[in-house]
Design a binder for this molecule. Structure first.
Ligand code: SF4
Length: 364
């Protein structure tokens, strides 16, 4: 049996049936074969390098009600906040000084001209205060094509918009079925982001209630067909104050969701060797060594949280998010130690642009 897995792992592109076979490995030995191949492909393409993105959770105000999310609009237990410009600039400055090279601004989804302008002016201010030396990723949800273009012109380089699952039926099991949570609209937004000239990222949750191995294979094929530049995906972790929590009895065990999260990273790395793949915080929630294991399966991006500690508790999309009480400098020190200890190098003062993006746009 392992010979069959080894032979499949020689291929650089897999069909759906082959992905299903690889996602179905059970034994520790076969799982390790897949993960080792992910690392081998990473080493031969982007290299054994890790790029840092300072993460700023700008605001937990959100107009949506995704069934899995702890900061959904109707959750009255959450204290809503929006960071001040000064707080954002302090975090950006810290990121710049530490040599991270890159920043991610994440918010709940808000659609208004005031919000659009707020993000545009933040982008301009950050660039001004950091000598134009930081690349910036936005993760601010579905917006109009005009808004995407405005933010691109204001200095955003990358945009992350997760599809969460590419199975439409499953999508509507984890989102309300209404015009504010429309599967096709989300797909269109991803196309709009490409047209606006962003490095485009998406992602999915792994181990959702009722999700199948075939769904995960389809997710991997979707990343390839969309020709994405970066992916942030991780195990689904339930949040007690959400509707999806009532389906917790259907879930794979946390260790199985974690194992599948690593296998997904490895298979994605094999099939899309040049993209950026994040080792998600969700991995670390399920296993204290989760980030390291994600990197060793093929991930090459880590996002230290720079949100002020006092606000982090109110930005919990899922339960038990780690590092809620660590200040940024402590997290950075820990990350440096962790990454070096597994034989990888943190690339400081580099933007860490997706090599896939540079290749598809003729810049590499
Ligand atoms: S997942 Fe994002 S869009 Fe959905 S409720 Fe949470 S913050 Fe809002």
């Amino acid at each position: 049996m392992s010979e069959q897995i080894e032979s499949l792992l020689q291929k650089t592109q897999h069909t759906k049936d082959e992905l299903i076979r690889l996602l179905s490995v059970q034994s520790a030995h076969e799982t390790q074969l897949v993960l080792d191949k992910g690392l081998e492909v990473k080493a031969a393409h982007p290299g054994r390098k890790v790029y840092l993105r300072g993460l700023i959770e700008l605001s937990n105000v959100c107009s949506k009600n995704c069934y899995y999310c702890g900061i959904r609009a109707v959750n009255i237990k959450v204290e809503r906040y929006t960071l001040s410009t000064e707080e954002v600039l302090n975090a950006a400055h810290f990121s710049w000084q530490q040599g991270f090279g890159s920043l991610v601004i994440q918010t709940g989804e808000q659609k208004s001209t005031r919000f659009t302008s707020q993000i545009s002016s933040l982008l301009q201010e950050i660039h001004k205060h950091t000598n134009n030396e930081l690349t910036i990723t936005l993760s601010c949800g579905e917006q109009s094509q005009e808004t995407y273009k405005e933010w691109r012109q204001a200095g955003a380089d990358r945009y992350l918009l997760r599809i969460e699952t590419t199975n439409k039926e499953l999508f509507y099991q984890i989102h309300p079925h209404d015009k504010n949570h429309d599967f096709d609209q989300r797909m269109n937004a991803l196309a709009d982001l490409k047209h606006a000239g962003f490095q485009v990222g998406t992602g999915v949750m792994i181990g959702l209630p009722n999700q199948t191995i075939a769904d995960l294979a389809d997710d991997l094929l979707f990343f390839r067909s969309l020709d994405v530049d970066m992916v942030g995906m991780g195990p689904y972790i339930e949040h007690a104050d959400t509707p999806l929590f009532s389906s917790a009895h259907l879930l794979w065990s946390p260790s199985e969701r974690f194992r599948m999260g690593l296998i997904m990273i490895a298979l994605l790395r094999i099939n899309m060797p040049w993209i950026n793949i994040a080792a998600s915080t969700a991995l670390e929630t399920l296993d204290p060594l989760g980030r390291q294991k994600g990197i060793l399966a093929g991930a090459n991006v880590v996002m230290p949280n720079l949100t002020p500690v006092s606000n982090r508790r109110n930005y919990q999309l899922y339960d038990n998010k780690p590092n809620l009480d660590k200040d940024a400098s402590l997290s950075t020190k820990t990350l440096n130690e962790v990454v070096s200890s597994i034989g990888e190098t943190i690339c400081l003062h580099e933007s860490g642009n997706s090599l896939h993006y540079l290749k598809r746009t003729g810049l590499f």
